[in-house]
Design a protein. Structure first.
Length: 482
């Protein structure tokens, strides 16, 4: 697999599979433009080295996420020992292939598919419905004022606007006849009558519904928690407010996992001081382990970030105008603070389902089967879904990852159309910053070792990952399995 020049027009990714057959597709991942020549060739697909998106090497179709679009594909011929690639010059001017969108024909298909939510799962579902030939009406209702956007970038680039983060243009929704109701909250779902009740008491009939409302940031209920300058991060507007308020100020971040640490990294060099409050000695201790966590802590400390570990917030302090001035911790340490960002986790946004007959887990998640179905004609996806996949050994889990949300929406859409396609994926999470013991490899993390995690994801998906004992004896054992 290598990137090759095609005349003077540009380059493509030329692949020879295990059977010796050649194929050629676009050279860059449709997500963030990673060079696929540096990715992992895994049988019939190539996996992106950065974030794990998978593309069929024969068709260019995207088979796992992130990203939404497939790649251009080129005809290859082998003659007298030479490889010839047929192409149109304009195909090399972009690394994505525009999707073929089915036109809405309500006169012939009177069904209404309603999508509650406006995040990646919601967009992926609507996008897939049109790609798969659905001609009925698609309605998407979101509490936010923006069209679906690239949420993972929020904590990595706080100043990014909603327009810059948009996943699809307004023209796309118009051409695909996807009705997006922004600043529109659903307050009721009646599965017996198949009706949606909006906050303004409008009632909409549906034939099939996807619940993809995402999550709500946790807050703190302590003295002073209503002071001005205390933020959570959920929307581009939140990010912009944090960014503009932090320049030259003392910033305290509560929470030392991905959101908190990414925000800390972003604010280094912009804020006067950045302090991170965490319950554990090392950041990421519960997800990546103490050794990796301490290495990342030291990296942040080298940039001037201060850590206050094994403690939490006792109360906030404010001036006569209710503007934040400081934080007192449980260990009675006082920290001057003009801005505080809470990155202490999320809860599923399923409160509106409390009066419905949708089954909810103890913590408010929506259990679904392998087809993302919660009950007849009701599907759930993204942060709120509780599901099982091969990587979890059949154990129901809830995983708030962007890639998972996109895959959920894609699978839900296909099953809303009656295709009976089961969820099969490996969760893939990435970040950007300068349990019980088991003999099974359940997760992998890397820094500067692309495409290592993409190769491991492929092994996990194919059930070909070596045991933990084998890895301990030979750290390169997994590299010979692909």
């Amino acid at each position: 697999m290598k990137e090759v020049l095609v005349g003077n027009y540009g380059s493509v990714l030329l692949i020879r599979d295990s059977a010796g057959e050649f194929s050629a597709i676009g050279k860059k991942c449709s997500h963030y433009g990673a060079p696929l020549s540096k990715g992992a060739l895994c049988g019939k697909y190539v996996r992106c080295p950065w974030h794990g998106a998978c593309f069929n090497i024969k068709t260019g179709d995207i088979e796992d996420f992130p990203g939404l679009d497939s790649l251009p594909v080129f005809k290859v011929e082998v003659k007298i020992g030479s490889v010839y690639i047929r192409f149109r010059p304009k195909q090399l001017s972009t690394y994505t292939r525009l999707p073929i969108i089915t036109k809405c024909q309500p006169s012939s298909d009177k069904r209404v598919f309603f999508i509650i939510g406006g995040g990646p799962a919601a967009l992926s579902c609507a996008d897939t419905l049109r790609k798969e030939g659905f001609q009925g009406r698609i309605v998407m209702a979101t509490r936010e004022r923006n069209l679906p956007y690239d949420r993972p970038k929020l904590s990595k680039a706080l100043s990014s606007t909603a327009a810059l983060l948009q996943l699809r243009s307004a023209e796309f929704y118009k051409e695909a006849a996807i009705e997006v109701l922004t600043e529109s909250e659903v307050i009721g779902l009646n599965t017996s009558n198949k009706t949606i009740t909006m906050k303004d008491n409008t009632i909409i009939m549906y034939d099939s519904v996807l619940i993809a409302t995402g999550s709500n940031p946790r807050t703190l209920s302590v003295k002073g928690s209503q002071a001005n300058g205390i933020f959570t991060l959920r929307t581009p507007e939140d990010g912009n407010a944090i960014s503009s308020s932090s320049y030259g100020k003392n910033v305290v971040i509560v929470g030392s996992s991905f959101i908190g640490m990414e925000i800390a990294a972003y604010l280094v060099g912009k804020a006067q001081s950045v302090s991170v409050i965490g319950r554990s000695q090392a950041p990421f201790a519960f997800t990546l382990g103490p050794r990796v966590g301490m290495a990342l802590r030291k990296m942040h400390e080298s940039k001037g970030v201060k850590f206050l570990s094994k403690t939490n917030v006792k109360c906030f302090h404010a001036d006569e105008n209710n503007n934040l001035t400081g934080v007192t911790l449980a260990n009675e340490t006082y920290i001057p603070a003009d801005v505080c960002v809470l990155g202490i986790g999320v809860t599923p946004a399923t409160e509106f389902l409390a009066s419905s007959n949708i089954n909810l887990s103890k913590y408010g998640f929506v259990p679904v089967d392998k087809y993302m179905k919660a009950k007849d004609d009701v599907y759930a996806a993204g942060d709120i879904a509780q599901f099982a996949i091969h990587a979890t050994r059949g154990k129901p889990v809830s995983i708030g990852h962007y890639q998972i949300a996109l895959k959920h929406g894609n699978i839900a859409a296909k099953n809303m159309l009656g295709k009976k396609i089961a969820l099969d994926t490996v969760p893939y999470f990435w970040t950007q910053m300068f349990g019980k013991s088991s003999n099974t490899i359940l997760a992998a993390a890397s820094m500067g070792r692309d495409p290592a995690v993409s190769r491991i994801a492929a092994l996990m998906l194919s059930n070909n990952m070596p045991s933990a004992d084998k890895i301990r004896k030979d750290s390169t054992a997994w590299q010979t399995r692909l």
